[in-house]
Every structure is written in structure tokens, then in C-alpha cells.
Design a protein around this ligand. Structure first.
Ligand code: SF4
Ligand code: SF4
Length: 110
């Protein structure tokens, strides 16, 4: 019978395998993005859900969240948040693009 130590070892090995796979996918995605001094991040407002992930990963304080009226009249919420890039602060590092769960951020020419 499979014991707890076996399951834990299997779990750790799977975690490692998944981590390696995700890192590889991430490196591939990052290689395709524009970046550096000639690029700046840009938020597609309609895809932003205000989740705050991009502001957490941005080391340069180049993203702020602002309140905006929610588009849907069926939800009883007065405001919704969206992210916006502070262009002068953005270093083009691409981290926010990789962190955004809804693909709301693009890298564009500065
Ligand atoms: S991570 Fe993406 S969805 Fe979340 S606040 Fe930033 S831009 Fe919006
Ligand atoms: S590209 Fe880098 S510096 Fe620019 S907003 Fe995104 S995380 Fe911040």
C-alpha cells in the first residue's frame, strides 16, 4: 500500500516538474514580448478586472489602480477598479504582462 511518505515524495516530484514546465513556458512568452527602454506597458481596460496582481509585481511603482463605474447594471457594486500605467515610470521589464491573469497588459512601442 502507498504510504504518506510515498505520496509526499510523489507530490514534491510533480511540483518540481510543473515548476520547470511553467518556467519554460514563461521564458518562451517573455522572449516574444517587446521590452526594455523602447517599450512601455499598456492596459486594455476592457480586459482588466482590477485584481492588483500587476501592481504587486511592478518594482517601479509604474502602475496605479483607479476606480471606475462598473459597466454591468445587474451587479450591486458602485465602483470597479482598473489598472493604468504611469508611462514615465515604466522601465519595460514586462513583469506585469506575465503576471496579469486576463492578458490585459501589452508591451507597446514607447
Ligand atoms: S493584473 Fe491585469 S487584470 Fe489585474 S489589475 Fe493588473 S491589468 Fe488588471
Ligand atoms: S513593464 Fe515593468 S515597469 Fe512597466 S509597468 Fe510593467 S512591471 Fe512596471
Amino acid at each position: 500500500m502507498t504510504g504518506i511518505p510515498d505520496l509526499e515524495a510523489r507530490r514534491a516530484s510533480q511540483q518540481k516538474r510543473i515548476r520547470i514546465m511553467l518556467d519554460a513556458m514563461r521564458a518562451e512568452d517573455q522572449a516574444k514580448l517587446k521590452g526594455g527602454e523602447s517599450a512601455v506597458a499598456w492596459v486594455k481596460e476592457e480586459q482588466c478586472i482590477g485584481c492588483d496582481q500587476c501592481t504587486i509585481v511592478c518594482d517601479d511603482d509604474a502602475i496605479e489602480l483607479y476606480d471606475t463605474p462598473l459597466a454591468s447594471p445587474i451587479m450591486d457594486i458602485d465602483v470597479n477598479r482598473k489598472a493604468r500605467i504611469i508611462r514615465d515610470e515604466c522601465t519595460g521589464c514586462q513583469l506585469c504582462v506575465l503576471a496579469c491573469p486576463t492578458d490585459a497588459i501589452l508591451m507597446i512601442d514607447r
